[in-house]
Design a protein around this ligand. Sequence first.
Ligand SMILES: CC(C)(COP(=O)(O)OP(=O)(O)OC[C@H]1O[C@@H](n2cnc3c(N)ncnc32)[C@H](O)[C@@H]1OP(=O)(O)O)[C@@H](O)C(=O)NCCC(=O)NCCS
Length: 143
Amino acid sequence: MLAALDPAAGPILADAERQGIAFVRRLFEEWQSGSNRFERPGEIIFGAWQGEGLVGLGGLNRDPYTAEEGVGRLRHIYVLGSHRHLGVGTLLVRDLLRHAESHFRTVRLRAASPDSAAFYRRLGFAACDDPAATHLIRVPPIA
Ligand SMILES: CC(C)(COP(=O)(O)OP(=O)(O)OC[C@H]1O[C@@H](n2cnc3c(N)ncnc32)[C@H](O)[C@@H]1OP(=O)(O)O)[C@@H](O)C(=O)NCCC(=O)NCCS
């Protein structure tokens, strides 16, 4: 799946580097080294496209920071600076959570900044007190 995003990822990589956000490059390095290819049970990576252009991406891993079963982890959610506040990030997270419903009971993440923490709270995530995560949500979400 990431192989499909790779040729289109140039603008996203450049945008993230300009903003000093390292995790997009790490995502592709880890895919190339084979250390994280989002291919274990329940894992997936999604891209958001506008025509031929990749404008956002985000992944779901089994959470590597816990031995507990049924815990997923959102990874590397990134939307091009020029395409933020249009709902792209919300679509990515909603699709990832929908996918998670069949595989995990809880999805956690570590918010990269206070801004992204506000974004996840708005999507229904609760803050959590864990060294490995800042937010979590039960899937399917409790209304
Ligand atoms: C966080 C991020 C993925 C949000 O993507 P997005 O496409 O802009 O999100 P949406 O348009 O769906 O945002 C929905 C709402 O989330 C909140 N939100 C999003 N970005 C926000 C920000 N920078 N500050 C405060 N609230 C924000 C707002 O309530 C926003 O509604 P609004 O657009 O009406 O203001 C995007 O800003 C991003 O890629 N940031 C850099 C990388 C990053 O921090 N990723 C998260 C890693 S944990």
